[in-house]
Design a protein around this ligand. Structure first.
Ligand code: CP3
Length: 323
């Protein structure tokens, strides 16, 4: 149940209050390891997601990144690939080294059955934050930028591919068991833009990781891509995909290759609302994806006001279903 999930847990809020700011929290291996382990302790989940953020890489690449309470992330905006070239790769990796250390601390503290998922933002999504500089918009400006400056955007994406490959390889070396690519802003792209800005950079990132000797499973999560999930699965080389809340299970079963693993796709608002409707939907999802390897998950992240009992109820139903 990835993404900013801790905010519904009192123990997380208590831990966060101890850090100077959110970036400092992410770069403190002891705090970040503790935040990674909290949901495992409370819920005994089967998968732990590394505590970090997709925007750390921009910070490490020399752009100013801030998390402003109530406003979401802010990034010093770029208009050219050169502006992402402030720091040599060794310095970028040195800045990100504490994330590797978090993985090293967490990995031996998990039981045999618990998978540790490392992650990075997929290049297009990270580029969106870099170009736009802030959240809370409809994210159309980076698309316009791409049409007006196609070579520049390709170069920005290529830089992010290279830095992210080394970052993920570091997480793999430190002991992650699987890697996830968050493509949170795949929605609304036309087919040609989706191919150039989402599929090709993801494919390049997966190939680069394989070249660097990483053989872990890679999960892609192109949120909001609709039917373009089919070419994404066909061409990127990822080993599994996350399904967003709008994915039709019937379509997924008919369209994705037999045996191709999926993750998803409970609506976080359904989780927040709870009740019998929640249980019914969980069963529908379990039944709907019964024919293929399925990692039960949300279609996006846990919302801060989600009651803990609702998460517990879901886990109970999923575990019964899995027996
Ligand atoms: O669930 C986890 O905590 C695992 C670690 C994790 C975080 N962010 C920590 C975090 C993961 C996997 C992410 C991914 C992430 N970060 C994504 C991809 C998933 C998605 O949401 O689509 C994106 C787009 C980001 C960028 C980002 N970071 C946003 C939009 C925010 C929320 C800002 C806000 O004020 O609403 C963050 C902050 C962030 N990252 C928090 C956590 C726990 C919340 C910080 C806090 O309030 O404690």
């Amino acid at each position: 149940m990835m993404r900013q999930a801790g905010r519904h847990l009192p123990e997380y809020l208590e831990l966060r209050a101890r850090a100077k700011d959110f970036l400092d929290f992410c770069y403190s291996p002891s705090l970040a390891a503790e935040a990674t382990l909290q949901p495992i302790r409370r819920y005994d989940m089967d998968g732990a997601i590394l505590f970090a953020d997709i925007l750390l890489i921009l910070d490490a690449m020399g752009r100013k990144v801030e998390f402003v309470a109530g406003e979401g992330p802010r990034v010093e905006p770029i208009r050219s690939a050169a502006e992402l070239d402030r720091e040599p790769l060794e310095k970028v990796m040195a800045k990100l080294a504490p994330v590797g250390e978090t993985v090293e601390r967490v990995s031996p503290r998990l039981s045999e059955k618990t998978t540790l998922i490392g992650f990075a933002g997929a290049p297009w999504t990270v580029a969106i934050y870099a170009i736009e500089g802030k959240g809370g918009t409809d994210k159309t400006f980076p698309r316009q930028f791409g049409y007006e400056n196609p070579q520049e955007l390709d170069a920005i994406l290529a830089q992010l591919v290279e830095a992210s490959a080394h970052y993920l390889a570091m997480q793999a070396k430190a002991g992650a068991h699987a890697l996830m690519l968050f493509e949170s802003w795949a929605e609304g792209l036309p087919e040609d833009g989706f191919d150039r800005w989402v599929i090709q950079p993801t494919k390049a990132l997966v190939s680069r990781l394989r070249e660097l000797g990483v053989d872990l499973p890679i999960i892609g999560f192109p949120r909001g891509c609709g039917s373009l999930l089919a070419p994404y699965v066909e061409r990127t080389g990822v080993d599994a995909v996350g399904l967003d809340t709008a994915a039709s299970l019937n379509w997924v079963n008919k369209t994705l290759p037999k045996g191709f693993p999926v993750q998803g796709n409970l609506d976080p608002l359904r989780l927040l609302a709870g009740g019998d409707g929640l249980e019914a939907r969980v069963r529908q999802i379990l039944d709907g994806l019964n024919g293929r390897p399925h990692i039960f998950n949300l279609g996006h992240g846990v919302l801060p006001d989600t009651p803990i009992e609702n998460v517990e109820r879901v886990l109970k139903v999923v575990r019964q279903g899995a027996q």
